[in-house]
Design a protein around this ligand. Structure first.
Ligand code: PMP
Length: 406
């Protein structure tokens, strides 16, 4: 019999004690055969699976790793805080420092509160919008992801119609559809939730149209409703100021998580003074929401991102990757579409309705030590260097050649 690899052994053990062998977005069943499920370690922009293979990492833990795995400045801050304590009878000084830092950085923010996951933050924004306005309707874009609880889960299993009774959808970047959705709320609009840009799974990404963004702002102002930016996925990668700052529109509330503490569990809601009173009256909490270690990590992450101009570096590295792949695809005679901000690229193939080309391409790259995703947007980090991008481009050239030959 063939000897099983450590990854295969772990999968077999997991199937006995973990539902489906693995759950959620990191389940490797959603990826082509050949992708590892279990990882051993990460360092900088590299990660190693349990079978000992090393990859240049273009998923960055699906977003959280923004200055590189085990960044020494972050690790040092974490260790210092761990020595003092993490989970206490209340927050540490770090919470006030971090709130001050975010309020200083983010133009719309007059205050910040903290949680653990992106879903905590988006759900808090929705609760807050309803609490502040006394109204019920929440507008969300069709196909947008805002978390994994009943009000927003993209999967209907276990969710009732009542859980989503007050949601109305619109089409991202379509001001007319947003106006129609606002109209449909009558006098009951509590808030409009928008993603930083359109980053729906399996589709070409779209940056926000400034006309659409300004219209969303106007509609909220006219109705006295909350404009809620879900910056969970993009926050700190495009800019530290909140992603819609790039189109000149400030939200009332923003949800943050993923990258803000470089992989330590932290989420934040930032808001303006109009929502301060309601934010002080709603009941939102969790056993671990005051943890000081992730807040120390966030402070260090901001230090590093500012020191190296992380967003600009990630943009340059992402652009180098994009330009390289575009030239390689032309040379190989293969049609590819690269969309979204260079820091968070999506790569899809023309004439690939089943995703077979994307699967083949990414598996070939994986074999050559480059971890890409065939359908989801990917993530650059401040740890990627030109040499890492060029290493990846050697792999993508060969992967495209293999695809062309097939
Ligand atoms: N909003 C967006 C835009 C996201 O990308 C995610 C996570 N993929 C979430 C919310 C939910 O975050 P979490 O998984 O940390 O709850």
């Amino acid at each position: 019999a063939q000897v099983e690899t450590p990854d295969q052994q772990l999968r077999a053990r997991a199937r006995r004690v973990i539902p489906g062998g693995m759950f959620g977005h990191m389940r490797s069943e959603g990826l082509p055969a050949g992708y590892p499920q279990f990882f051993a370690r990460g360092e900088g922009c590299h990660l190693w699976d349990v079978d000992g293979r090393r990859y240049v990492d273009f998923m960055c833990s699906w977003g959280p790793i923004v200055v590189g795995h085990q960044h020494p400045v972050v690790t040092e801050a974490v260790q210092r805080q761990m020595a003092a304590g993490d989970c206490l009878n209340g927050p540490s000084e770090r919470m006030v420092e971090l709130a001050e830092r975010l309020v200083g950085l983010i133009p719309h923010a007059d205050w910040a509160l903290f949680a653990k996951n992106g879903t905590d933050a988006t759900t808090t924004c929705v609760t807050l919008a309803r609490a502040a306005t006394g109204r019920r309707k929440i507008l969300v874009a069709k196909g947008a992801y805002h978390g994994a609880v009943p009000w927003c889960s993209p999967y209907p299993l276990g969710v009732t119609a009542e859980d989503r009774a007050h949601l109305i959808t619109f089409t991202y970047n379509d001001a007319a559809s947003l106006e129609a959705a606002v109209e449909a709320t009558g006098q009951d609009l509590a808030g409009i939730v928008v993603s930083a840009f359109r980053h729906d799974y399996g589709f070409d990404q779209e940056l926000p149209d400034p006309v659409f963004a300004r219209r969303a702002r106007e509609l909220c102002d006219a109705a006295g409703a909350a404009l809620i930016l879900d910056d969970v996925r993009a926050g700190f990668r495009l800019t530290l100021r909140g992603s819609w700052d790039l189109v000149g529109v400030q939200p009332d509330l923003s949800a943050w998580s993923k990258a803000i503490a470089n992989g330590y569990a932290l989420a934040a809601v930032t808001g303006n003074d109009r929502f301060r009173d309601a934010a002080s009256r709603i009941f939102v909490t969790g056993s671990f929401w005051c943890g000081a270690v992730s807040m120390a990590a966030a402070l260090a992450t901001i230090d590093v991102l500012e020191a190296v101009d992380g967003p600009a570096h990630m943009r340059a590295m992402g652009q180098r990757l994009r330009d390289g792949i575009a030239a390689q695809a032309v040379a190989a005679g293969i049609g590819v579409r690269q969309s979204g901000p260079p820091q968070m690229p999506t790569l899809l193939f023309d004439d690939d309705p089943e995703g077979a080309k994307g699967d083949r391409f990414t598996v070939e790259a994986l074999r050559r030590g480059v971890y890409l995703h065939p359908r989801h947007n990917m993530f650059l980090s401040a740890a990627h260097t030109e040499a890492d991008i060029d290493f990846a481009l050697d792999a993508t050239r060969e992967a495209l050649a293999a695809l062309a030959a097939a």
